[in-house]
Design a protein around this ligand. Structure first.
Ligand code: ADP
Length: 475
C-alpha cells in the first residue's frame, strides 16, 4: 500500500537534515526527529522527558523562554534566534532556531514547531573572523552601498579621533583634519571612504591626519569593492595602516642623504681640481699617468653620483631651481646624441637622431641636457648589443614640444612600470642582470621635466623595448 500524505510527511520529517520538534506549551518536546537527536547526542526519550531548557546553555535559557512566552501570549507568531545547546558529550552546539506557533481556529496556541539548524561550524568561523577583525594591527572599515559606516574594528574607531575630534557621523566623505601628502586639506571626493563608496579600488593611498602639522600621523589606505552575486556594488572594505614611523624614517633618510651629499661635494671638488693640475704635468711617467686617469675617471663618477643625490634631495624639498634662458633644443639634442655615440658604438647600437633644424625654447639648458643625457644613456644601457636607440624631437600643435627616446632593449615589466620614477627604484631585471645604476636618474628626469611644467611618460613591452616621451610647452 502507498503511504498516505501523513505518512509521507512523517517520513520527510524523520529524514530531514534539519533538527525538528513538535513542542507543547510547557516547552516539552512531543515529537523529535532523528536529526535533532543526532545533533544533541541524545535519544528521543531523553529529549521528551527532560525538555529543552535542560539542553540549553544556561546563558541562553532566559532569552529563549522570553520569546517562547511572547509566542504563547500571542505577541509573536514565530521567532528566530541563535542559541547554544548542550551536547550529551559536554560540547556546545550552536543552533539557528526557528519556532512557529500552531493555533486552533479560535487563535489559541496549541503547539509549537521548532526547527534547529546546526551552525556550529559557521559560528566557529564567524568567531575566528571576528577575533582577527579585532586583533589585527590595521584599522578596518566596512561601508554599505549608501556610504554608511556599517562596521569598523576597535583599531579604526580609535584612529578616527585624530582626524575627527568632534566626532564622525558615520557617512563616507565627511571632511576632517585630513591632508594629502603635500599637506593640502583633502576634498570630499578625494577622501578614501568616498572613493571606495563609489566603487574605486586602490592600494597604498597615503595621507596625513591631525590638526597639528608636527603631531600628524600618516596612513596608508587600501580599498576593495564588495559586490552582490550579480555584480552590483554593495559597499566597500577599507584597511588603514599607520605608517607614521615609516614616513618619519624616510624624512630622516632624505635629510641625511641631503646633508651627506652636500658635505661630500666640497672635498670632491678639491680632489678633482688637484687631479686636473696633476694630469696636466708634462713630466709624469706613463704608468703614473695611467693610474691617475683611473683615479680621475672614478672621481668623476663619484661626482656624478653626489650631484644626483643632491638633485634628488633638492627636488624633494621643492628647491630644484631653474635658470631659464633662450636656447635651441634641437642643438641640445644633437649635442647629447653626439656625446653618447662612443658608448653606443662600443655596443654596436644604432643611434639615430631626428630633430628639426632648430627648436627655440626658453628653459634651463643645463637641466634639459641632464634629461636628454639620462634618457639616452638609459636607452643604451638597457639595450643589448646591436639593438637600436632613436631620439626624436618635434614641435606639434599648440607649440607643444615632444621629445621621444625609444629603444629596442629589454623593456620594463608591467609591475615595475609604476615605480621606475621612484627614487632608488630599480627594476628586478636590471638588478638580476647586474646592470650598474642607482635608480636615481629617472626620478631626477621627472623632477626637472615637471619643474618646467612638462610631463614624462613611458610605454614599454618586455623584450621589445621602451619609449620615454617628454612633453614641454614652448610658452
Ligand atoms: P638606474 O640608475 O638604475 O638606471 P633610473 O632611475 O635611470 O636608474 O631608472 C630606473 C629603472 O628603470 C632602471 O633601474 C631600469 O630598471 C628601468 N629603466 C630605465 N630606463 C630603461 C630603459 N630604457 N629600458 C629598460 N629599463 C629601463
Amino acid at each position: 500500500m502507498d503511504p498516505g500524505p501523513d505518512e509521507l510527511w512523517r517520513l520527510a520529517l524523520e529524514h530531514s537534515p534539519v533538527g525538528m520538534a513538535l513542542v507543547d506549551l510547557q516547552g516539552r518536546p512531543i515529537l523529535v526527529n532523528r536529526a535533532l537527536c543526532h545533533m544533541l547526542g541524545r535519544d528521543a526519550e531523553e529529549l521528551r522527558t527532560k525538555g529543552f531548557p535542560e539542553f540549553t546553555h544556561p546563558d541562553d535559557v532566559e532569552a529563549d523562554l522570553e520569546l517562547f512566552g511572547q509566542a504563547i501570549d500571542g505577541e509573536l507568531d514565530s521567532y528566530r534566534m541563535r542559541k547554544r545547546y548542550l551536547h550529551a558529550d559536554g560540547s556546545i552546539v550552536w543552533g539557528d532556531l526557528s519556532v512557529a506557533v500552531l493555533r486552533d481556529p479560535d487563535g489559541a496556541p496549541q503547539q509549537m514547531i521548532a526547527q534547529v539548524l546546526d551552525v556550529t561550524e559557521l559560528e566557529r568561523e564567524r568567531r575566528t573572523l571576528e577575533a582577527i577583525f579585532e586583533t589585527v594591527d590595521v584599522g578596518l572599515l566596512l561601508i554599505d552601498e549608501e556610504g554608511r559606516y556599517a562596521r569598523m574594528n576597535r583599531r579604526h574607531a580609535e584612529s578616527m579621533l585624530m582626524p575627527f575630534p568632534d566626532g564622525h557621523a558615520g557617512q563616507a566623505g565627511q571632511l576632517g583634519d585630513v591632508f594629502d601628502p603635500d599637506g593640502n586639506p583633502m576634498a570630499r571626493e578625494d577622501m578614501p571612504s568616498y572613493r571606495a563608496w563609489h566603487g574605486e579600488e586602490f592600494d597604498d593611498l597615503r595621507l596625513w591626519v591631525g590638526s597639528d602639522p608636527d603631531q600628524r600621523s600618516a596612513w596608508s589606505i587600501s580599498a576593495r569593492s564588495v559586490r552582490e552575486p550579480d555584480g552590483e556594488l554593495a559597499g566597500a572594505a577599507l584597511a588603514y595602516k599607520n605608517i607614521t614611523d615609516l614616513m618619519r624614517a624616510l624624512k630622516v633618510k632624505d635629510d641625511f642623504v641631503a646633508s651627506v651629499s652636500h658635505e661630500l661635494r666640497t672635498p670632491l671638488t678639491s680632489v678633482l681640481g688637484h687631479l686636473e693640475l696633476l694630469t696636466e704635468r708634462p713630466d709624469l711617467p706613463p704608468d703614473i699617468a695611467r693610474q691617475l686617469a683611473v683615479v680621475e675617471r672614478n672621481a668623476f663618477r663619484l661626482q656624478t653620483l653626489v650631484t644626483d643625490l643632491l638633485d634628488v634631495a633638492r627636488a624633494k624639498e621643492g628647491s630644484l631651481s631653474l635658470t631659464l634662458d633662450p636656447l635651441d633644443l634641437a642643438m641640445l639634442v644633437r649635442d647629447a646624441v653626439g656625446a653618447a655615440r662612443p658608448a653606443a658604438d662600443a655596443r654596436a647600437i644604432r643611434l639615430a637622431c631626428d630633430v628639426p633644424e632648430a627648436i627655440p625654447l626658453h628653459a634651463d639648458g643645463h637641466r634639459l641636457r641632464q634629461v636628454v643625457d639620462n634618457l639616452i644613456s638609459n636607452a643604451i644601457k638597457y639595450t643589448g648589443r646591436e639593438g637600436s636607440v632613436s631620439v626624436t624631437a618635434r614641435v606639434g600643435e599648440d607649440e607643444g614640444i615632444e621629445l621621444v627616446v625609444s629603444d629596442t632593449g629589454m623593456g620594463i615589466a608591467e609591475e615595475d612600470l609604476p615605480h621606475i620614477f621612484d627614487r632608488f627604484y630599480r627594476a628586478g631585471e636590471a638588478e638580476a642582470q647586474h646592470i650598474p645604476g642607482t635608480g636615481l636618474g629617472l626620478s631626477i628626469v621627472r623632477d626637472i621635466v615637471e619643474a618646467h611644467g612638462g610631463t614624462l611618460e613611458v610605454a614599454s613591452t618586455v623584450g621589445e623595448g621602451s619609449e620615454f616621451t617628454v612633453r614641454l610647452s614652448r610658452r
